[in-house]
Ligand binder design. Structure first.
Ligand SMILES: [Cu+2]
Length: 500
């Protein structure tokens, strides 16, 4: 390749070393036994299997086969991990469809544990949402399940198992889903999934700590998971093993970033090389003064328009926090510029809004996010002082306008994700946004309060939960419960349904 005319852009996550303060078992299992509230299971009204049905009609049908299987996955030369994958790679097979397509995905489970697939951000019928114990039974070893939905809204999505998410997503059961616009704006279109792995340290050891707190909070909102991982990956690869993106000077590409891990990540771009164009699956407005740093919470997506400015090799790299240990940095390390101007999920308003003005709510739900300690079981993460399935549900009727005030009174970050709907973020800490933001995930940091609104227009039983899957595992989950529909499934049971 002629280096004079073609420059490369490296997307790099630095490898940080663990610092030795561990707490919280990632394999906690203490608080999740129990059943859903009676009115969610109550078989009066309509089963969720009977609502929201979609038919292909004369739409193009796009069919994919995804097999959940065990794989030895090489993260970089000589460093392999035991991974669970969809079709043998981390991330799983990338899925691309066009808006208006009818999507059919045949999941075959060749693992020896039950799995599902959740279509994160996709507005689809409840029974296709992939939440075991709520919208389906977990797909047992050797069995299959077919997901079907209309790809209605162009944008950046991802898919992952929703069975024991804190283990299964962590093991690699995730992949990208792009719904392309009918008239694509960018010829070059790339997807990058960020994640963390424990390669050189035994995560399992931490469970022996029994959830005891071994050190103080670092105050950055995610001290709990930071020390469990030693290797950061981009599309399943780390350091020199990450494929460079080869681009010509002046070439423009759409780069889609998503965070499949437990920690927030900040990526630094060459000055003046990019602008943010979309947020979760929604286009954003007016970003001429775009920052050159983006911040992604777990489960969040940010799309940027990136232009290669010269023929030199350049680097997009994780911003290194001052307190982080930066030994073991690979050869691809960037000169990381400093910037105080960081583009995150609420930096830019959305092009299309759900509500033009602040609507009058039919239902108001105050969601207080907090942390607690259970003797012998370690930390719990609570919604309104309860852990799932005892958390109070958000009870709605079809057509309701629902207002949720989310307050983080704990000391860790909580990326709260709503299934099956999009909400409009109207205010932060009581101050209204001039340009509200339409999303499916809001990253609520310690001390923050966000007010979001959504329309209950998709009947079913839908999760609203923290996408730090360790927090969900330890209780931070509730349900948007539509009146007059019920779930015929159960938590636990012979299918071991475990929706967190
Ligand atoms: Cu959380």
């Amino acid at each position: 390749m002629n280096r004079k005319v073609i420059g490369s852009i490296l997307i790099v996550l630095l490898i940080g070393a663990g610092t030795g303060l561990y707490f919280i078992s990632p394999f906690y299992n203490g608080t999740n036994d129990g059943t859903l509230p009676k009115d969610i299971l109550n078989d009066e009204g309509t089963s969720i299997l009977e609502v929201g049905a979609q038919e292909p009609g004369d739409r193009p049908v796009k069919t994919f086969d995804l097999t959940a299987e065990e794989t030895q996955w090489e993260i970089k030369d000589g460093e392999a991990v035991d991974a669970w994958t969809y079709n043998g790679t981390v991330p799983g097979e990338p899925l691309r469809v066009t808006e208006g397509d009818y999507v059919k995905v045949n999941l075959k489970n060749e693992l020896d544990v039950p799995v599902t697939i959740h279509w994160h951000g996709v507005l689809l019928p409840n029974k296709m949402d992939g939440v075991p114990g709520l919208t389906q039974d977990a797909v047992q070893p050797g069995e299959s399940f077919t997901y079907e939905f209309i790809a209605n809204d162009a944008g950046t999505y991802w898919y992952h198992s929703h069975q024991h998410s804190s283990t299964q997503v962590d093991m690699g059961l995730y992949g990208s889903l792009v719904i392309e616009e009918k008239d694509k704006q960018y010829e070059r279109d790339e997807f990058f999934i960020l994640d963390e792995w424990a390669v050189n340290q035994e995560k399992r050891d931490f469970s022996n700590m029994g959830g005891m707190m071994m050190g103080g909070m670092s105050g950055d909102g995610e001290a709990d998971t930071k020390q469990m991982y030693d290797t950061f990956t981009v599309n399943g690869k780390s350091g020199n093993a990450i494929d460079p993106l080869i681009m010509e000077e002046g070439e423009t590409a759409r780069l889609r970033f998503m965070n499949a891990g437990f920690q927030q990540h900040q990526l630094v771009f060459p000055e003046g090389s990019m602008k943010v164009i979309a947020n979760d699956a929604e286009k954003v407005i007016g970003t001429e003064d775009s920052s050159n740093v983006i911040e992604l919470a777990p489960g969040e997506r940010i799309d940027v328009e990136f232009t290669k400015q010269n023929n030199d090799s350049e680097v997009i790299a994780q911003k290194v926090m001052p307190e982080e240990n930066t030994e073991n940095i690979g050869e691809n390390t960037a000169e990381v510029p400093t910037s105080s101007d960081i583009a995150n999920g609420v930096s830019y308003g959305s092009e299309e809004l759900i509500f033009e003005d602040v609507p009058e709510a039919d239902v108001t739900y105050d969601m207080d996010l907090s942390m607690g300690m259970n003797m012998g079981e370690g930390m719990s993460f609570q919604i309104n002082n309860e852990v799932f399935p005892d958390t109070p549900p958000i009870k709605v009727k079809n057509g309701d306008i629902v207002k949720v005030n989310i307050t983080n009174s704990g000391r860790m970050n909580h990326p709260m994700h709503l299934h099956g709907h999009r909400f409009q973020v109207m205010a932060r800490n009581g101050t209204a946004y001039e340009n509200p933001i339409v999303k499916d995930l809001i990253h609520v940091k310690p001390g923050e309060e966000y007010t979001v609104y959504f329309i209950a227009d998709n009947k079913g039983e839908w999760l609203f939960h923290c996408h730090d899957n360790n927090h969900a595992e330890r209780g931070m989950v509730t349900i948007v419960d539509y009146e007059s529909v019920y779930s015929p499934f159960e938590l636990g049971g012979e299918n071991d349904n475990h929706p967190q």
